[in-house]
Design a protein around this ligand. Structure first.
Ligand SMILES: *[C@@H]1O[C@H](CO)[C@@H](O)[C@H](O)[C@H]1NC(C)=O
Ligand SMILES: *[C@@H]1O[C@H](CO)[C@@H](O)[C@H](O)[C@H]1NC(C)=O
Ligand SMILES: *[C@@H]1O[C@H](CO)[C@@H](O)[C@H](O)[C@H]1NC(C)=O
Ligand SMILES: *[C@@H]1O[C@H](CO)[C@@H](O)[C@H](O)[C@H]1NC(C)=O
Ligand SMILES: *[C@@H]1O[C@H](CO)[C@@H](O)[C@H](O)[C@H]1NC(C)=O
Ligand SMILES: *[C@@H]1O[C@H](CO)[C@@H](O)[C@H](O)[C@H]1NC(C)=O
Ligand SMILES: *[C@@H]1O[C@H](CO)[C@@H](O)[C@H](O)[C@H]1NC(C)=O
Ligand SMILES: *[C@@H]1O[C@H](CO)[C@@H](O)[C@H](O)[C@H]1NC(C)=O
Length: 500
């Protein structure tokens, strides 16, 4: 049975909602009787094949699956409950499936589980205040116990109470025997990140759901890409992803400015009908003076700021060392094309940017197209995640009240591309003022050429901390700026915000 709602929390609604949860698209939902016959029957008729993701693979056997970490050759052996553990020597963990008691530390992992519609199998969640999904917030109110992050004895008990604990390498308490790492944030493409839904599905025998979901994401993404390419190939604004880190005890009290070249951003920006800033010849992508940083941004038409601080336009201008915006000669500043991907937030300031856009690459691409080409849709479009700071656009706080059915499979927020009428670019439109329409093809990055990846930040870098091991909790590290783990990060971002 999947009813594990603790008695004190049982409400009238919760059991009804559990009953409403469908088993469509799930396979082998019950355990097998422990007999050797179980290994001669193919229990997993629906298999997932990996198309874009480069960091995991799944091998299917009759009554078990092996999920491989392709970088390190680590293996997770998932075997049908009731059957004998397969004899595999070098496994990192053996997990009986389908899992009905799971915990996630990273909010991103929880979104994948929600996208599969198996969130009634989550018992514990980490970084609860940073969860933005309204239905996960509702589950946290009514059913799911947050990890008690202040008490490691209790956290350990909570972890042991689950069949699997999803975490990231270096995350809090990441070394229990049932820990499984996911590294979707290290994938080199947006579709590769979203394809991790197949990784999570393997634990819940939810391959059919994952395949269907991802097929839709993929074809919708290709449609957006093709339409953007057709309409905007000749007018690709230059996008720079930037951040500022205030002086703190974690960075030797020295402020720095950074331009991000995380791998997945290259094809995403290209696919959105734009191009990445090329800083080759300007030496560094990390700067210790704001002037050097601003000089490197000379060619940028659009800025996307990912700093923890800078919540208003004036904060950003101050942090970037721009005292008089009217005297500036920067195209992005003059055109007021300054964005932050922080429109959707939890009450505590957690960002949906680390949740839904990771799982739904097509929605992410659609949002970025609207940043590069604000009039792309003849019907009009308001971005889900990007907020134009220069226009004083405000943050939207997401709460549990927005959840209609906490056990429903999370829907992809992307529009259906095939029914969106794209507007051709009009280079004389003011939205393109400053965009150099003649300089298009030569600066488009070819992501298949690894030498253009001129920065280490796709592997790991830190915001507000010099490295993760020097932080008090060991979990300040933000990988590629896309995944937040640990209460310390929340605390830090809140402290940083308050310090302004
Ligand atoms: C931590 O949790 C354990 C187990 O639940 C409990 O016995 C202990 O009192 C807790 N410690 C604190 C400081 O709350
Ligand atoms: C373990 O899970 C059960 C329900 O499955 C729950 O009643 C119990 O409180 C949990 N224990 C801990 C330490 O979280
Ligand atoms: C996990 O790591 C901690 C700290 O490094 C250590 O004390 C503990 O024994 C480890 N637990 C396991 C199960 O390896
Ligand atoms: C898997 O791969 C990633 C990077 O590719 C690595 O950081 C991680 O430690 C590996 N190990 C496991 C057990 O996932
Ligand atoms: C921190 O700053 C001090 C003073 O500027 C300098 O001497 C020291 O080398 C710096 N330490 C690091 C790790 O950068
Ligand atoms: C944004 O707000 C600032 C401060 O309130 C104001 O000076 C500025 O004119 C506003 N900009 C726009 C585009 O509304
Ligand atoms: C772009 O090309 C057009 C046509 O060749 C030319 O008239 C225009 O001056 C060029 N613009 C720039 C900025 O080079
Ligand atoms: C970046 O600019 C440099 C210098 O202008 C050029 O040599 C290089 O090919 C450019 N890189 C890409 C990927 O376009």
């Amino acid at each position: 049975m999947k009813l594990f709602i603790s008695l004190s929390l049982v409400s009238l609604l919760a059991p009804l909602a559990v009953l409403a949860q469908s088993t469509d698209g799930l396979q082998s939902t019950s355990c097998v009787s422990s007999s050797s016959s179980s290994d001669s029957t193919d229990l997993y008729k629906t298999k997932s094949e990996v198309k874009y993701a480069k960091l995991f693979s799944i091998e299917y056997h009759n009554n078990y699956k092996v999920v491989n970490n392709l970088s390190t050759k680590d293996k997770y052996v998932l075997y049908q409950c009731g059957s004998d553990k397969p004899s595999i020597n070098d496994a990192s963990a053996f997990i009986p499936i389908p899992v009905s008691k799971a915990a996630t530390w990273a909010t991103t992992a929880a979104i994948f589980v929600e996208a599969l519609g198996v969130q009634n199998d989550i018992q514990n969640l980490g970084t609860a205040p940073s969860v933005v999904s309204s239905c996960l917030q509702k589950l946290l109110q009514d059913v799911i116990e947050p990890f008690n992050e202040g008490n490691s004895t209790q956290t350990d008990q909570q972890e042991q109470n689950n069949t699997v604990v999803f975490n990231m390498p270096g995350g809090e308490d990441d070394n229990t025997s049932n820990t499984v790492y996911s590294v979707e944030y290290l994938e080199s493409s947006a579709l590769g990140r979203s394809e991790w839904v197949k990784f999570f599905a393997a634990f819940f025998n939810a391959e059919e759901r994952a395949n269907k979901l991802f097929e839709n994401i993929d074809s919708n993404y290709q449609c957006f890409l093709n339409k953007a390419d057709k309409e905007y190939n000749d007018i690709r604004p230059v996008v720079a992803w930037t951040s500022y880190a205030a002086p703190t005890e974690y960075n030797n009290n020295t402020a720095y400015w950074q331009i991000s070249f995380a791998d997945y951003k290259y094809d995403l920006v290209r696919d959105a009908g734009a191009r990445m800033l090329n800083t080759t010849g300007k030496q560094s992508t990390m700067f210790s003076s704001s002037q050097a940083f601003l000089d490197a941004l000379e060619e940028a038409d659009i800025l996307i700021d990912e700093s923890f601080v800078s919540y208003s336009y004036n904060d950003l201008l101050k942090n970037y060392g721009i005292s008089d915006k009217t005297s500036a000669t920067y195209s992005w500043l003059e055109a007021g094309r300054v964005y932050r991907p922080d429109r959707l937030q939890s009450t505590a300031g957690g960002l949906d940017w680390f949740e839904a856009p990771v799982a739904f690459a097509d929605a992410l691409l659609q949002d970025l197209i609207s940043v590069a080409h604000p009039k792309f849709s003849k019907e009009g479009y308001s971005p889900i995640w990007f907020r134009n700071l220069a226009k004083n656009e405000t943050v939207t706080t997401v709460t549990a009240a927005g959840c209609a059915d906490m056990y429903a499979q999370r829907q992809d927020p992307a529009g259906t591309c095939s029914s969106i009428d794209f507007q051709s670019a009009n280079p004389s439109d003011s939205v393109y003022s400053g965009v150099d329409a003649n300089e298009t093809q030569d600066l488009i990055y070819d992501i298949s050429k690894s030498e253009v990846i001129n920065d280490d930040d796709s592997a790991s870098h830190t915001h507000g901390g010099s490295d993760s091991s020097s932080s008090p909790s060991g979990s300040l590290s933000i990988r590629d700026g896309t995944t937040i783990i640990g209460a310390a990060v929340m605390a830090l971002s809140l402290v940083a915000a308050a310090a302004l």
